[in-house]
Design a protein around this ligand. Structure first.
Ligand code: GDP
Length: 364
């Protein structure tokens, strides 16, 4: 599955947000219990109205959303890269994530201490990014030393790695994250293997006060500008509200959202933004027993998409029967789509599209 690490300075609202994420009714959906692997890891359902629609048409007995994993990486502080606090452990945790949700304090509250004594989300963002940059530089320095002998020996892979490491180093030495390095397609794989922290895509989460959840405030606006300039994304939420909403039943929650002028729970927006940031998409399997959503990376071919369900589906893949979501709905289900000629037989080279309803045929 895909993992999103929640980071941020102390007292910005990370735990509040994480609790809200993992305590929602959706996270504890009856047929797929919320599972805590470790206290700071939570599996969260990805909201998707299309899934309910498909289940309604097919009369599916169960609805099983796809899921995303959130990891609460607490305690990242200034100096973490030098081993301050529990520095190295946090950095190792970040390495294992696919993207970073960076919570920024955008609320004023004299009762909640800020580590630097002032509320400034843009400067907080820089503090954390600097830690990631320093950590990357230190790990690259070591690796560059170790690779010298292999490079001298003429190892082609080592030569490529060294070149990429030096490119990364050049960027980092300017105080800039390694994600700004332009990487060619043929270098992409080796580049990803460097596993640099500052290459992870970032989603800034502006944590605003209850009254400002619908509008944002001057601080979240500054974050929005910064995110746009960096090519990152941001969402505005109030972690406190989200925590309250997570305790409510669906109907109550909707009323509460309405009162606050919000169309959608912030957590839903957060999860969707994470999905987009990670360039993920969803396909569906739909039948009378269950309607289920599956997550794939954009650009995944049919056999690998099938492999998300089970390795055997990928190994024995013969073909896929596919109906686009809109066709499935317009034709009121599978048999209607079949009659209308909207069910396609697709082979190994088929690029699965977001919303496809799939049926896999495979050899066992
Ligand atoms: P963490 O250290 O980043 O995990 O922060 P916590 O989630 O523990 O929050 C730190 C403190 O800030 C707690 O007392 C929260 O109740 C408070 N807090 C979190 N979000 C908000 C908010 O939107 N507004 C206000 N006023 N307080 C908040």
């Amino acid at each position: 599955g895909f993992r999103m690490g929640i980071v941020g300075l102390p007292n910005v609202g990370k735990s509040t947000l994480f609790n809200a994420l993992t305590k929602t009714a959706a996270a504890q959906a009856a047929n797929f219990p919320f599972c805590t692997i470790e206290p700071n890891v939570g599996d969260v359902a990805v909201p998707d109205v299309r899934l309910d629609k498909l289940a309604g048409i097919a009369g599916s007995a169960q609805i099983i959303p796809t899921r995303m994993t959130f990891v609460d990486i607490a305690g990242l502080v200034k100096g973490a890269s030098k081993g301050e606090g529990l520095g190295n452990q946090f950095l190792a945790n970040i390495r294992e994530t696919d993207a970073i949700a960076h919570v920024l304090r955008c609320f004023e509250d004299e009762d909640v201490t800020h580590v630097d004594g002032r509320v400034d989300p843009v400067s907080d963002a820089e503090t954390i990014e600097t830690e990631l940059i320093i950590a990357d530089m230190e790990s690259l320095e070591k690796r560059l030393q170790n690779i010298v002998r292999k490079v001298r020996g003429g190892d082609k892979e080592a030569v490529q790695q060294e070149r990429l490491m030096k490119q990364a180093m050049e960027m980092l030495e300017q105080g800039k994250p390694a994600r700004l390095v332009e990487v060619d397609d043929e270098d992409r794989k080796a580049w990803n293997m460097l596993q640099l922290l500052s290459t992870k895509p970032v989603l800034y989460v502006c944590n605003v006060d209850e009254g400002e959840a619908a509008t944002g405030n001057h601080l979240s606006e500054k974050v929005a500008e910064m995110a746009a300039a960096q090519g990152n994304t941001h969402v505005v939420i109030s972690a406190k509200i989200e925590e309250e909403i997570s305790q409510l039943e669906d109907e109550e929650a909707e009323m509460f959202l309405g009162e606050l002028g919000l169309e959608e729970a912030g957590l839903d927006r957060l999860i969707k933004a994470g999905y987009e940031l990670l360039q993920l998409e969803t396909y569906f399997t739909v039948g009378p027993k269950e309607a289920r959503a599956w997550t794939i990376k954009q650009g995944t071919l049919a056999p690998q998409a099938a492999g998300v369900i089970h390795g055997d589906f990928e190994r024995g893949f013969i073909r896929a029967e596919t109906i686009a979501y809109d066709d499935y709905v317009a034709c009121n289900g599978e048999s209607g789509a079949k009659e209308a000629g909207k069910m396609r037989a697709e082979g190994k080279g088929y690029l699965v599209k977001d919303g496809d309803v799939m049926h896999f045929l495979f050899n066992t």
